[in-house]
Ligand binder design. Structure first.
Ligand code: MTE
Ligand code: MO
Length: 542
């Protein structure tokens, strides 16, 4: 029973420490030690593991990683508490301190959005100090020196006065001692243990933990006011009115709402940058180095564009693609002002947490709408999507172009650097492959016999979609109807009417881009430069 209580106490001690660290992380913007470990785990995981995690768990892999780390810590804390309950209290506190130090080490080395070292170290330091203190508070109740003392006292007492009263403070003393046999007391039975005080301590710690974790909801932590202060600027060059989205139930709307927009990045804790502190440094192979504040960025020429983003890790038919209406500053304008020197062929951009992305200079200067985006679908960028400023480049997968939380923009040469994802086995250059997806009917849906409709989206950013065709079973390829679009940089909705006959049928879709090139039917996995192959869906018609 003592051991069990010790284990519970250890877990509560660790939980309280983590909650305190969480609160401090929220206040400082520094990394919660769990997240510091998590980010490092992400950086260290071999490519295929990471790919698998992204694919099979989607955005759920983030909370899952946190849960996994916390579960591991809970096991270690339970063991420490158990050891403490057996009287080895220093060992228990030592384990808490050791694990806390590991957290501190990760806070130093992991990528983090915290600006200065103090903010970066504070959450882990507080966690460490609280972990040591709470573990001590818990295991201090298991006093085994009290065992020998109590045993000795009991022995003396019983020897001295056979009919004497047992001492009150040894209420839990084994009965045989009171009966006057000064026998061996097992060392692991802390006679000084006061269950009531133990439970009080543990409940107080648990309450403190819950309060500090809960406090993050109230103490300025959400950062929402940072976004609320930003007014969406009026674009110098506005996009035309949005065309009516095709209205087939289940089709992806032309514009993906921000809340539904896919998210791919390597962070557990989303950076919350204060635009007043934000600055973009433009340097490298340029004539004039620039430092642009957020206000200065908003003063520049702003364009508004519909651009579809795609992730290289999207499987055929997968969800990592979305279309939004962005407002931003043309990157070419900034490059022109800085003056690009001869020999440059790339830009290395860096986000606030130190992640790097390499982009071909040509894609930023060839006239396409590559922008430093400040707004997404009529709102300041959501924190998850790069607030306050991110890059958006039509035609390139996100990992080589769409730097969120960008703070540094270096004009350079591909031969002189390597970037985060390319260090992990993804291609250096990655134009988007022509793709088409069936949104409805869903796979294995049941469809009523008779006139039926299939619908979806197709994309080939910066080339545009000219044609989408659907094949029923092994029949001929038949043209789908395409929704009108304004340019080559967005996906295109398509619909296809067919006559569904009873039985099981397979629908397959393929697209042709505006250069006339047909999408390849050769299956390829996402790694190293994007999936290919045709999406199909099997339906039951009755
Ligand atoms: N700072 C930062 N920017 C990033 C990434 C990242 O991990 N960190 N991921 C990139 C990838 S792989 C993609 S596909 C896009 C996704 O942008 P979204 O999350 O806004 O959809 O962001 C890109 N920009
Ligand atoms: Mo991506």
């Amino acid at each position: 029973m003592h051991r069990f209580l010790g284990a519970v106490g250890g877990v509560v001690a660790a939980g309280t420490a983590l909650a305190a660290g969480y609160l401090v992380a929220d206040l400082t913007g520094g990394p919660w030690p769990v997240d510091a470990v998590g980010v490092q785990v992400i950086d260290w995981s071999p490519g295929p593991v990471k790919d698998w995690a992204v694919r099979s768990l989607g955005t759920a892999d983030r909370p899952l990683l946190r849960v996994g780390i916390c579960a591991t810590l809970a096991i270690v804390a339970a063991i420490a508490g158990l050891i403490g309950a057996r009287g080895r209290r220093r060992t228990a506190v030592g384990i808490a301190g050791g694990v806390g130090l590991v957290g501190l080490a990760f806070a130093v080395v992991s990528r983090s959005s915290a600006g200065n070292l103090t903010d970066r170290l504070l959450p882990a330091t507080v966690t460490l100090v609280v972990a040591i203190s709470t573990m001590w508070l818990v295991v201090r109740r298991f006093d085994t020196t009290a065992v020998s003392r109590a045993a000795t006292t009991a022995a003396e007492e019983t020897a001295g006065q056979p009919t004497g009263q047992p001492a009150e403070r040894t209420a839990e003393q084994p009965a045989e001692q009171m009966a006057g046999q000064p026998a061996e007391v097992p060392a692991a039975q802390p006679v000084g243990f006061d269950r009531r005080r133990f439970l009080l301590t543990v409940s107080a710690l648990a309450a403190a933990g819950v309060v500090s974790a809960g406090a993050t909801r109230f103490v300025g932590g959400s950062g929402n006011e940072l976004r609320a202060r930003v007014r969406v600027p009026r674009p110098t060059d506005a996009a035309g009115p949005l065309r009516a989205s095709v209205d087939v139930p289940g089709i992806s709307p032309f514009t993906t709402p921000n809340s539904k927009f896919y998210r791919v990045d390597t962070l557990l804790q989303v950076p919350r940058i204060d635009p007043r502190d934000w600055e973009l440094r433009v340097h490298g192979l340029v004539d004039k180095e620039l430092r642009i504040s957020f206000d200065q960025l908003l003063q520049r020429r702003l364009v508004e564009r519909d651009i579809t983003l795609t992730c290289v890790s999207n499987e055929v038919g997968g969800p990592y693609v979305g279309n939004a209406r962005w407002i931003g500053v043309p990157i070419a304008d900034v490059l022109r002002e800085a003056g690009v020197r001869d020999g440059a062929d790339a830009v290395k951009s860096t986000s606030v947490d130190g992640l790097t992305i390499g982009t071909p200079l040509s894609a930023l200067t060839d006239g396409r709408d590559a922008i430093f985006a400040v707004a997404m679908n009529g709102e300041p960028l959501p924190f998850e999507h790069g607030f306050p400023v991110r890059m958006v480049v039509p035609g390139l997968y996100g990992y080589v172009s769409a730097t969120k939380w960008i703070v540094d923009f270096e004009v350079t040469r591909f031969q002189d650097f390597s970037a985060y994802w390319t260090d992990r086995g993804w291609s250096v250059e990655a134009p988007i492959k022509t793709s088409a997806r069936i949104d409805v009917p869903k796979g294995f849906a049941t469809v009523k016999a008779g006139p039926a409709i299939a619908a979806g989206v197709a994309w080939a950013q910066h080339r545009g979609i000219r044609k989408v065709e659907v094949q029923v079973d092994n029949g001929p390829w038949q043209p789908a109807q395409l929704a009108p679009v304004d340019g080559p940089d967005t996906w295109r909705q398509w619909t296809f009417r067919w006559n569904a006959t009873p039985g099981t049928h397979k629908l397959t879709v393929r697209a042709t881009d505006a250069t006339g090139e047909l999408q390849t039917d050769r299956p390829a996995p996402p790694r190293p430069n994007g999936s290919s192959g045709l999406h199909n869906t099997v339906v039951m018609v009755e």
